[in-house]
Ligand binder design. Sequence first.
Ligand SMILES: [Zn+2]
Ligand SMILES: [Zn+2]
Ligand SMILES: [Zn+2]
Length: 147
Amino acid sequence: MLSQMNEYYLKILNERNIKATAIRILILKTMSGFDAAFSLSDLEIALDSVDKSTISRTIHLFHEHQLIHSFEDGSGSVKYSVCSRGCTCSVDELHAHFYCNYCKKAFCLENIAVPAFSLSEGMAVESVNLVIKGYCGKCRKPKHKLK
Ligand SMILES: [Zn+2]
Ligand SMILES: [Zn+2]
Ligand SMILES: [Zn+2]
C-alpha cells in the first residue's frame, strides 16, 4: 500500500507524533500539493472519495500536532497551510500571509515575521493575524482597481 514515494510523508507524520495511516498520508500529500493555502472545502473537493468527517478530523489532528497552521485570510474564510519542518507554531515563529484580491488565493509569507509588539502590562500575544492584500504574481497588476 505504501510506496517509496510516501516515505517522506511517513517521516513527517512520525516527526509530529502522528500515527501514520494510508488516509493520513494521502491527506498530507494532497495538502502539500496545493500551490496556495487551502480551506476545508478545497480539501473536500480534492479528496472527493474521502469521507468529509475523516477530512475534518484529520485537519484537527494535524493542527493539534503543529503539522499545519491556520489563519483567517481576511475574506472571512479560514485557510490552512502545511508548516515548515521543525515549526512549533510558537508566537515568535508567526509569519504574515498574503491574500490576492483577484484570484482569492492566500499564501504564507514565511520570511516576513510578524513584528514584536509591546503590550500593556498583563497582556500577552497568543496569535496574530497579519494579512497583506493585493495582487499576486499570477494576476499581476489588474486593469481595473477593485472598488
Ligand atoms: Zn507551524
Ligand atoms: Zn492572484
Ligand atoms: Zn502560513
